[in-house]
Design a protein around this ligand. Structure first.
Ligand code: NAD
Length: 358
């Protein structure tokens, strides 16, 4: 029996998570696995119910599970709360810290049937298959923050950016091991021409590279990488980078796949992994059954692969998604002429049927 904590969260989170559960249940049915789902509150929904975006009971439910399926959190309703109670700062960051999730994996693979959905040219994106590994519990987002008054009547805000050798080594080793299972290429992204933490980052990668002679190592400045990702994304296999650079680059990379609604993620490193789509709570489309559930369904596939060691089952989900795309079904974010428009629930049902058939 596999215990899964389910945290739908806010906005489209409550619409897409049930579709991923359907996919997992279909896998359970097909392969004879038993998944037990325990739902808990997080984000704005938790704040509204109990006054905190990450209640202790939610953290306990996560710790007692084998993996966590997360939707998305946040929205305009909670943006004016004091910083420590805002869903992202008060729930997402502490959840990552508490569960020791230092590695965020974001695979970016283009489904051939979606080539037309991307805003980029076919010859640029055909065959893209890269993995961004983002450091998740350090850097600017976790650094000390402060404000002080200035003599001219204004204010000065400070965010501290720091990384230790230990933190860098841990994520870079993880990235090397991942590259070894792929095409043996690692590109480390930093801003070593300007930032001190990036200089330590680059020195550390250069040292570690000696232990991985079978992996081709390269270094790239983050500004160049943001350009190369859309100029020639096929040059990349594994990209490893610090927290904020990874946050920004992965949103950019999502456009290679056609929609941010296609980009799954896994956050691992501790006892319990968290699996969630790379996008947010999309308040602009929430409650309309327009959200694409595929990033969440593909995140469930990553859960099977990374937390439960079920490679075959993970592949069945990915192939089911591929089949539904091939059959021409699209949520509004991917819609193009000649395709069949479906809503969130219909897309989930199609994937489920395809899993059971496949
Ligand atoms: P967003 O990712 O929620 O939305 C950006 C755009 O992409 C929107 O136009 C949205 O409609 C679209 N989109 C996102 N997911 C989609 C899907 N599955 N299907 C179709 N379209 C989709 O980012 P945002 O608008 O910058 O942020 C909205 C809220 O989400 C904010 O409160 C933000 O802080 C929060 N957020 C949460 C997470 C998280 O929970 N991990 C991540 C990013 C942003």
């Amino acid at each position: 029996m596999y215990k899964i904590a389910v945290l739908p969260g806010d906005g489209i989170g409550v619409e897409i998570v049930p579709e991923a559960i359907k996919a997992l249940q279909a896998i359970g049915e097909k392969f004879g696995h038993e998944f037990q789902f325990t739902e808990a509150l997080i984000g704005g929904a938790a704040y509204d119910a109990v006054g905190h975006p990450l209640p202790e009971s939610t953290l306990a439910a996560c710790r007692e599970s084998d993996a966590v399926l997360l939707g998305a959190i946040g929205g305009p309703k909670w943006e004016e709360l004091p910083v420590h109670l805002r869903p992202e700062v008060g729930a997402l960051l502490p959840l990552r810290k508490e569960l020791g999730l230092y590695a965020n994996l974001r695979p970016c693979m283009l489904f051939p049937s979606l080539i037309q959905a991307s805003t980029l040219k076919e010859e640029v994106i055909a065959g893209v298959d890269l993995m961004v590994i983002r450091e998740l519990t350090g850097g600017l987002y976790f650094g000390e923050k402060s404000r002080e008054a200035t003599a001219d009547g204004g204010q000065k805000a400070t965010d501290i950016l720091s990384y230790s050798t230990y933190e860098i080594e841990r994520i870079v080793r993880f990235a090397y091991e991942t590259a070894r299972k792929r095409r043996h290429k690692l590109c480390s992204v930093d801003k070593a021409n300007v930032i001190e933490t990036s200089r330590l980052w680059r020195e550390t990668v250069t040292e570690l590279a000696k232990e991985y002679p079978d992996v081709e190592t390269s270094h790239m400045y983050v500004d160049n990488c943001s350009m190369q990702l859309i100029r020639n994304p096929k040059q990349f296999d594994v990209i490893v980078t610090e927290n904020m650079f990874g946050d920004i680059l992965t949103d950019e990379a999502s456009m290679l796949t056609g929609s941010i609604g296609m980009l799954p993620s896994a956050s691992i490193g501790g006892q319990v992994g968290v699996y969630e789509p790379s996008h947010g709570s999309a308040p602009d489309i929430a409650g309309q059954s327009k959200a694409n559930p595929l990033a969440t369904i593909l995140s469930a596939a990553m859960m099977l692969r990374y937390s439960f060691n079920m490679e075959k089952e993970a592949t069945v989900i990915e192939q089911a998604v591929h089949q539904v795309m091939e059959d021409g079904y699209r949520t509004p974010d991917l819609m193009e002429a000649g395709k069949n428009l479906v809503n969130t629930i219909q897309m989930g049902d199609l994937v489920k049927q395809s899993i059971l058939k496949g």
